[in-house]
Design a protein around this ligand. Structure first.
Ligand code: C2O
Ligand code: CU
Ligand code: CU
Length: 479
């Protein structure tokens, strides 16, 4: 099969030459995924799961921790024997992990040493609008922006990633994403697995050329890779003891939906979702994780013999996308951790208290460049699509009038799911959420309360090529 080179925008930069992204408009010329090259095959389970370093503050005051991060290009070995040019926070992907204390403010100075405008968004963060990483609130190449995060929300696994207008897909694909964990003493007191037994796992699919460079086709349906990375490594293994281990799974992929399951049939004990702990643990044999969703789980390896290998599978994948990583039971360990029967109360919001109800319709047009719309409209940074009032509870009806699922994400606050196609959610979906997989031709109703901050925030599909082309809207919380 002959494949036209012109169709592929690879980021292989000749050594020393500047790495330039095509401007918006060059993206999305391909409407189908057919014809994409296959990545070099990778033998699974050859490399250990990388653990991104926990970032240390450069400065601390009585109220605030200050951090410094630089977005820059780097060449890293992902496919054995080749180098991949990535864009990373501090030159690594995923970027360094933040572990911050609820109630202590954080200021992150983000330097942009990349050749493109960027913005940085803290996904799931409840933060003032001017620090939310609005798509056109650019950090120009060579400059920086200070993002101030109050961390007053419930402890949760958040993530930070690029949110540049029209270029979020390629920028995240290049590596601009990292984990941001908020902790508090209450959660620490629950006795859950902690320290080296509390492991963030960022799951991403990518496609590589034979020279190791990332291939981004700009597929308007959603960019799919054929190689699965966990914390930036292809199909890694992770050694565990005969004990419980907490994994904070994040789907950091542009478009792929995973269904996580363990090869030995053992269930996960899910303890948290996007916005923090569930009210009570939920035992599940598989977990569907759409782009940007998080599942905080405990896996109990205590009943397994040393030497046992358990593969983390993707039940919605096939071939090279059917597995993600492997857990290797490497040694006996005594386990003093526990998963308490009650985690943290989640007080249900009642639709009876809602001041307004809004409907957001997600659909596709015939456009070959920007086919994805909300309420019939493409994203326009100059247009405000809704003005909820500060303090009010609202019910939002996310309605999908297209033939594919859309993981819809709402900035600013955490929500509760009222129902999915009219049915109340299962227990694992009754916690705090900011990303909702809205099924094809279906509806998810969510309820939330606008608190603390006025200003402009986004809602959008988290299939990044849908977001870029241009399934995004914005609301302004008004006093
Ligand atoms: Cu994770 Cu507006 O995005
Ligand atoms: Cu977000
Ligand atoms: Cu979508």
């Amino acid at each position: 099969m002959h494949i036209s080179r012109r169709k592929f925008l690879t980021f292989a930069a000749a050594s020393g030459s500047a790495l330039l992204l095509p401007s918006r408009g060059t993206w999305g010329q391909m409407s189908g995924g057919g014809g994409a090259v296959a990545s070099p095959p990778v033998t699974p389970f050859q490399v250990p799961l990388p653990i991104s370093p926990i970032l240390t503050p450069t400065q601390q005051s009585t109220t605030t921790d200050y951090y410094d991060v630089t977005m820059r290009a780097a060449d890293v070995e992902i496919i054995p024997g080749t180098l991949t040019r990535i864009w990373g926070y501090n030159g690594i992907t995923p970027g360094p992990t933040f572990r911050v204390k609820q109630g202590r403010a954080v200021v992150v100075r983000q330097h942009n040493n990349l050749p493109e405008n960027t913005t940085v968004h803290l996904h799931g963060g409840h933060i003032p609008a001017q620090f939310d990483g609005h798509p056109i609130d650019y950090i120009a190449p060579g400059s920086y922006k200070d993002y101030s995060y109050p961390n007053t929300q419930l402890p949760a696994t958040l993530w930070y990633h690029d949110h540049t207008m029209g270029l979020t897909g390629p920028h995240v694909w290049m590596g601009l994403a990292g984990v941001y964990i908020i902790e508090d003493d209450y959660e620490a007191g629950l006795g859950l697995p902690s320290g080296t037994n509390d492991v963030p796992v960022v799951i991403q699919d990518r496609r590589f050329a034979s020279d190791g460079s990332l291939v981004y086709t700009g597929n308007l349906m959603g960019e799919l890779g054929d190689t699965i990375l966990a914390n930036g490594a292809p199909y890694p293994y992770h050694e565990v003891g005969t004990r419980k281990v907490r994994f904070r799974f994040l789907n950091g992929s542009n478009a792929r939906i995973y269904e996580l399951a363990l090869s030995n049939g053992q269930p996960f004990i899910q303890i948290g979702s996007d916005g923090g702990l569930l009210q009570a643990p939920v035992t599940r044999s598989s977990i569907v994780l759409a782009p940007a969703e998080r599942a905080d789980v405990v896996i109990d390896f205590s009943g397994l013999a040393v030497g046992t290998q358990v593969v983390l599978q993707n039940l919605q994948g096939s071939g090279s996308t059917a597995q993600i990583m492997r857990f290797d039971v490497a040694g006996k360990e005594t386990d003093t951790s526990q998963v308490p029967a009650t985690l943290r109360a989640v007080a249900a919001l009642s639709p009876a208290n809602a001041a307004a109800t809004r409907t957001w319709v997600f659909s596709r047009t015939m456009s070959t460049t920007n086919p994805w719309v909300i309420n019939g409209l493409l994203y326009d940074p100059a247009r405000i699509d809704a003005q909820p009032r500060l303090g009010n509870i609202e019910v939002w009806s996310l309605t999908n009038r297209s033939m594919m699922d859309h993981p819809v994400h709402i900035h600013d606050i955490q929500w509760q799911i009222l129902d999915i196609n009219g049915t109340p959610p299962a227990a694992a979906n009754r916690g705090w959420k900011d990303t909702f997989l809205v099924p094809a031709m279906g509806t998810v109703r969510v309820i939330g309360q606008f608190k603390d901050f006025t200003g402009v925030y986004m809602l959008h599909c988290h299939i990044l090529e849908h977001e870029d082309h241009a399934m995004m809207a914005q609301f302004e919380v008004v006093a």
